[in-house]
Design a protein around this ligand. Structure first.
Ligand code: MG
Length: 163
C-alpha cells in the first residue's frame, strides 16, 4: 500500500461556476481557472498521482495546453485513474476536506461523494468529504478563495508481484 496527499487553491470571482467534486454548487462566486477549476478534484488528482509517485497535475495536464481550457475536471480525474491503473495500482479510499467560507457545503456532500465514487469506481463508503471554514482568517477566510486537501490510499493490483 502507498499513500498520497494533494492540496489546491483557486481564487473566487464573479461569473464563474463553483465546481466542487463535479457538482455545480449555487454561488455568486466561482473558481478562476484554466479548467473548470474544481478545487476538490484537483487535490484528489494530486493525491492519486502522489501516491504512485507519478508527478503532479501540472505535469500531466499543463495549463498552457489549450486542450484543457474549461475542461471538466472529472475528465482529468478519469485520465488520472487510467494512469494509476497503467502503473498497476487501484485506490482503496479517499479522505478530503474543502475549505470554503460559503456557501455551506453540507447539503451537497452526499452528491459530491456519489459523483466521486462513480468517477473512481469505488463504493461511496470509501469516499469521505469534509467541509471547513477558516473563521474569517486569511484570503480563504475572507471568501476570496477556496482550498481543498485530499489523502488517497492505493494498493498494487497484482499482489503476486510480491511472491
Ligand atoms: Mg487547481
Amino acid at each position: 500500500m502507498r499513500i498520497g496527499t494533494g492540496w489546491d487553491l483557486h481564487k473566487l470571482k464573479e461569473g464563474r461556476k463553483l465546481m466542487i467534486g463535479g457538482i455545480d454548487i449555487p454561488s455568486p462566486l466561482g473558481e478562476e481557472a484554466h479548467s473548470d477549476g474544481d478545487v476538490l478534484i484537483h487535490a484528489v488528482i494530486d493525491a492519486i498521482l502522489g501516491a504512485a509517485a507519478l508527478g503532479d497535475i501540472g505535469t500531466h495536464f499543463p495549463p498552457s495546453d489549450m486542450q484543457y481550457k474549461d475542461i471538466s475536471s472529472l475528465v482529468l480525474l478519469e485520465k488520472t485513474v487510467e494512469l494509476l491503473t497503467e502503473a498497476g495500482y487501484r485506490i482503496i479510499n479517499l479522505d478530503s476536506t474543502v475549505i470554503l467560507e460559503g456557501p455551506k457545503l453540507k447539503p451537497y456532500i452526499n452528491s459530491i461523494r456519489a459523483k466521486l465514487a462513480e468517477a473512481l469506481s469505488l463504493n461511496i463508503d470509501r469516499i469521505s468529504i469534509k467541509a471547513k471554514t477558516k473563521e474569517n482568517m486569511d484570503a480563504t477566510g475572507e471568501g476570496k478563495a477556496v482550498e481543498s486537501i485530499a489523502s488517497v490510499l492505493i494498493e498494487e493490483i497484482d499482489n503476486s508481484v510480491w511472491v
